[in-house]
Design a protein around this ligand. Structure first.
Ligand code: ADP
Ligand code: MG
Length: 708
């Protein structure tokens, strides 16, 4: 997040360099522990994508094992990212029994390179029926091995017996290769003779809530579904804007300190942390790195956050919308491209209008985002994130790009074959003599845009807090690579590269400038304008995901060998299925809470009040408008309503059995479950404001949000 307070909580500064990466089998360790030839050939694999040979693997495995054992590890695991969106691991011990009854610690190159977890317990979206349950994990040497909970974790990809991809990492790695190849090709055609490699870089900002663990445990909804399914709004929410960047409380500070240390040991560049907009909400941002590592590190960050919170008597909530009426949590995916010689392709420089590489890359992003609006929405879709996108706190369910006025003017000039004048940065006059005046950033911060150009990178802000960043980066890399590729085809075929680039830029801007929007994305006006521009508005997961399998998308992914057609279909199936499952579990949890806890609590309280009414009546002091009597009648009426809404949700749940496909089921959940859940919640929340606190079965929003 912006304006981060840098380095707020630090341990003894001098300890950090030693601590950083101490649990990672990184380049320093490899260079110190591997024979020279082995190290060199591993580097070739990592840097140039050369195939790995078994003698190298054996030597690396032996060095890894010795190092891990010295660090106290007893087990190893292939660490992978199945389509559940979380990581999976299966631990094996290094112990190897010998004939004479002794044991030795063993770990071979074969074990390093390949694992065979049973694939049948992981989602495959219909791919599984066609082949065996067997799955393979294969070492990804581009991501360092590390030690977690006494196990050596080896980052791996995960695929089925038939070679179908069953994880999030393989497509991401493929997309990185594609953007590398296509960007390098394009830059060369544009006259860059230094370029040999282009990497996509990412810094994901992670939002989360921290609540007291004991309070958390008393809420069945939070424990089971990760969000509160009931809960009246607290008297004080975030209206006063006093939490954002506010002073961090000691208990939270202690958590952040330990979190940072744990992450640093794992080589995660955790850098900034601050309070977020909502009470009890916080954010962590790492220093950016290559996309693959960033994706691994973000998974680790989420896992370690939960663990460390637990040790501090806290619960870390990563759900996109744990509390209604309070800002939810997202993840901002800051994305850029950089060359082997360290040039950021999205750095505009002092004269962006003359920086042709920058302008070409910018146009390619416009085109890619416009063409892949649906895909970007799909990879940001989930039942949880549906509560954010489109609500007035997060970007709407419409994809657009914020460029700021200066860049928009430059593109306007390019479109019309003109040359934009150089804008002088305006000066902010502080009006205080001892303070220096400073230059204004040329791009303002627009917090309402789903995709904002922020100086030298694009910030994709639609992701939900619990998401893996793998999918969105797979889409961005592939879509932008595709634009590069088509431009490169044209440049290869033309006589005059410069003229062709000008022509392409002008055409691209004309065709795709509808995706640029610099105004307030939260307004109704924008929604109407977006419809006029023909942009997609995909409100829910059930609306968005089915578009994944469209001809255009299949063509894009198969052309660049990211997914096969059946892999796309299977992913679509998994997403819809998971949407239905989440809503189903939420509905069942609500029913249970309403029937077993809320209704009995209301009845108990009503009885208590009714007794008082009866007593008053018996002794002859009950007035027609007696307050106790009025409350009692209101409670009775609301109880009837609660009962009716509970039954209505129950009927909706029963109806799910009659749907015939996941497409059908997801539409059913959207149309039947959600309204029924909202209706039930509304009655229960009203009751919460009337029933005596001692009878209410759950801690209130107040207790959850303000007692850490
Ligand atoms: P801001 O506060 O303007 O958003 P920061 O520098 O704090 O900018 O960056 C926010 C996130 O963006 C951080 O995780 C940071 O590492 C990341 N980031 C910065 N530059 C790049 C880049 N070139 N590529 C990818 N991510 C980047
Ligand atoms: Mg930011």
């Amino acid at each position: 997040m912006q304006n981060a307070q840098k380095g707020l909580v630090l341990p003894m500064m001098r300890d950090i360099p030693e601590m950083f990466g101490s649990l990672v089998f990184n380049d320093d360790v490899m260079s110190a522990r591997l024979p020279r030839e082995i190290y060199k050939s591993l580097h070739k694999t990592i840097e140039e994508g050369k195939a790995l040979d078994i003698t190298v693997a054996n030597a690396v495995a032996a060095a890894m094992k010795d190092w891990a054992i010295e660090k106290g590890a007893t087990h190893y695991t292939h660490w992978f990212q199945p389509l559940t969106g979380i990581t999976a691991e299966k631990h094996d011990s290094f112990l190897s029994p010998q004939n004479d009854g002794r044991v030795i610690m063993e770990f071979s190159g074969k074990e390093l390179i390949k694992g065979e977890p049973d694939a049948s317990s992981f989602p495959s979206g219909g791919l599984r029926e066609t082949f065996e349950a067997r799955g393979y994990t294969a070492w990804d040497p581009t991501s360092y091995a590390f030690i977690k909970d006494d196990s050596l974790c080896i980052p791996t990809i995960f695929c089925s017996f038939g070679g179908e991809v069953l994880d999030k990492k393989t497509p991401l790695l493929r997309s990185m290769e594609v953007i590398d190849t296509k960007a390098t090709r394009l830059l060369k055609l544009m006259g860059d003779d230094q370029v040999t490699r282009v990497s996509s870089t990412v810094g994901p900002e992670q939002e989360y809530f921290l609540v007291d663990k004991q309070t958390y445990k008393k809420r069945r909804d939070l424990v089971i579904t990760g969000r509160t399914l009931f809960g009246a709004k607290p008297p004080k929410g975030q209206e006063l804007d006093d939490h954002y960047f506010g002073v961090i409380k000691p208990r939270v500070k202690a958590f952040m300190k330990e979190l940072n240390e744990e992450l640093w040991k794992l080589g995660v560049y955790a850098k900034t942390e601050h309070n977020e907009a909502a009470p009890a909400q916080h954010e962590l941002a790492p220093v950016f790195t290559t996309t693959n590592t960033a994706a691994d590190h973000n998974q680790l960050t989420m896992e370690i956050m939960k663990k460390v919170a637990d040790r501090h008597g806290l619960s870390c909530l990563l759900h996109e919308k744990p509390f209604a009426g309070v800002n939810g949590s997202g993840k901002h995916n800051n994305w850029s491209l950089s060359t082997n010689y360290g040039k950021n392709l999205f750095k505009p420089g002092k004269k962006p209008q003359d920086n042709r590489t920058f302008l070409v890359c910018l146009c390619a992003v416009l085109e890619a985002v416009d063409r892949s609006q649906d895909l970007l929405r799909i990879v940001s879709a989930s039942a949880g994130n549906d509560h954010r996108l489109g609500a007035a706190e997060a970007p709407p369910a419409i994809i657009s790009i914020f460029l700021g006025d200066e860049l928009t003017e430059i593109l306007d000039a390019v479109e019309h074959g003109e040359h934009a004048e150089n804008k002088k940065a305006e000066t902010v006059v502080t009006g205080v003599e001892v303070l220096p005046d400073f230059k204004k950033d040329t791009t303002d911060r627009n917090r309402t845009s789903p995709i904002a150009f922020t100086g030298n990178k694009f910030e994709f802000r639609m992701l939900g807090s619990s998401f893996s960043i793998a999918d969105i980066n797979t889409v961005i890399n592939t879509a932008v690579a595709d634009s590069f590729d088509r431009l490169a085809d044209r440049l290869e075929a033309c006589d005059n590269v410069d003229a062709e680039i000008d022509k392409w830029m002008a055409e691209t801007i004309t065709a795709h400038k509808r995706i640029v929007f610099n105004g307030n994305n939260y307004t109704q006006d924008w929604i109407e304008e977006a419809h006029r521009r023909g942009l997609y508005e995909l409100k829910t997961t059930a609306d968005a995901v089915p578009l994944f399998v469209s001809e255009k998308n299949v063509e894009l992914f198969t052309k660049h060998k990211i997914f096969t057609k059946s892999e796309i279909a299977s992913r679509c199936e998994i997403m819809l299925d998971s949407y239905c499952k989440v809503l189903h579990i939420e509905a069942l949890t609500m029913l249970e809470m309403a029937r077993k806890e809320i209704t009995p609590a209301v009845v108990t309280y009503t009885n208590e009040i009714a007794k008082s009414v009866k007593l008053k009546k018996d002794i002859g002091i009950l007035a027609e408008n007696d307050a106790t009597f009025v409350i009692c009648k209101k409670l009775a009426k609301l109880t009837d309503k609660l009962y009716a809404k509970t039954n209505a949700l129950d009927s909706a749940v029963v109806g799910l059995d009659h749907t015939s496909s996941s497409l059908d089921a997801s539409a059913y959940c959207r149309d039947e479950f959600l309204p029924a859940m909202n209706a039930l919640r509304a009655v229960a929340d009203e009751l919460e404001t009337i029933v005596a606190e001692k009878h209410w079965p759950y801690p209130t929003y107040n207790e959850l949000l303000f007692n850490v």
